[in-house]
Design a protein around this ligand. Structure first.
Ligand code: ATP
Length: 262
């Protein structure tokens, strides 16, 4: 088992936000957490990466990653885990790029900081990674500034950087929500392609059960900090048990009798 979270509870100050969360993930598996805004999805994945915001703390439960108890992690343990073994992609990962540095120089700097590659080796590897995200004209792209690129391209670069070191676990928080529908579909497909090739497991956080259905094998439906329903995605989608899941599914657009993921 890659990740095992059991009975996890999280509070901000004295308010319990997440109650008795359970989640398990094998190598290369994709689990999606869906639920309305404020249900605690982001809080769960922040806890897994040891980066709850100020005031947030774990009040109960356990988390094991590759058999190691995450609740016993030192600052050094978290530093080793984040970036290389576990990486995160946000809704606006593209906007985390430094606006006054060319794409190539920031990607190379990032690689050199976390590995022993030389600058020219890093440049070659960075360009290859951009190719894998199906970014066009990568040679020119490396010389571009972020503002010269579309939002979709910037987000793909953010994902390429997060995936560069082939993390065992990718935490993706609404990774495509800021993109238009067509670009969303492309970016999701590319991200899945890379994760499948590298056997990277994903926890996908989304409010869009359509995207979750398309991407994941397992689904967790959350509401107000608790699990409403959890299990195999196909089974939940075809035979939802809770009224809340049914409502989420009904909100997915239907055209000609078919429900569409995006
Ligand atoms: N830093 C914080 N301090 C106090 N409360 C917080 C903090 N961050 C989040 N919360 C509260 O925790 C609850 C869950 O928030 P969280 O961001 O985990 O939900 P979410 O399901 O990811 O929502 P969204 O889809 O809007 O991102 C919310 O009620 C929110 O107000």
């Amino acid at each position: 088992m890659l990740l095992e979270v059991s009975e996890l509870s999280i509070a901000y100050a004295n308010d319990t936000i997440v109650k008795n969360m359970n989640l398990s993930l094998e190598e290369g598996e994709v689990v999606a957490i869906v639920g309305e805004s404020g249900s605690g999805k982001t809080t769960v994945i922040r806890a897994i990466l040891g980066c709850l915001p100020h005031g947030g703390h774990i009040t109960g439960g356990e988390m094991f990653f590759e058999g190691k108890n995450l609740l016993e992690n030192t600052v050094e343990d978290w530093r080793k885990l984040c970036g290389r073994k576990a990486a995160m992609v946000f809704q606006d990962s593209g906007s985390m790029l430094d606006p006054i540095k060319r794409i190539g120089s920031q990607f190379i700097e990032y690689i050199c900081e976390h590995s022993s590659l030389t600058k020219s080796e890093a440049a070659k590897a960075a360009e290859e990674m951009l190719n894998k995200m199906h970014l066009p004209h990568t040679e020119n792209l490396m010389k571009s500034y972020p503002f010269e690129l579309s939002g979709g391209m910037r987000q793909r670069i953010g994902i390429a950087m997060a995936m560069f070191f082939k993390p065992r676990l990718l935490l993706a928080d609404e990774p495509t929500s800021a993109l238009d529908v067509t670009t969303q579909a492309q970016v999701v497909t590319e991200m899945l392609e890379i994760c499948r090739r590298d056997q990277t497991a994903i926890i996908l956080v989304t409010h869009n059960i359509g995207v979750a259905a398309y991407m994941s094998e397992k689904l967790i439906v959350m509401r107000s900090g608790s699990i409403v329903e959890a299990g195999k995605t196909d089974e939940i989608i075809t035979n939802p048990q809770s009224q809340y899941t049914k409502e989420l599914l009904e909100a997915v657009p239907e055209i000609g009798g078919k429900r569409y993921a995006f």
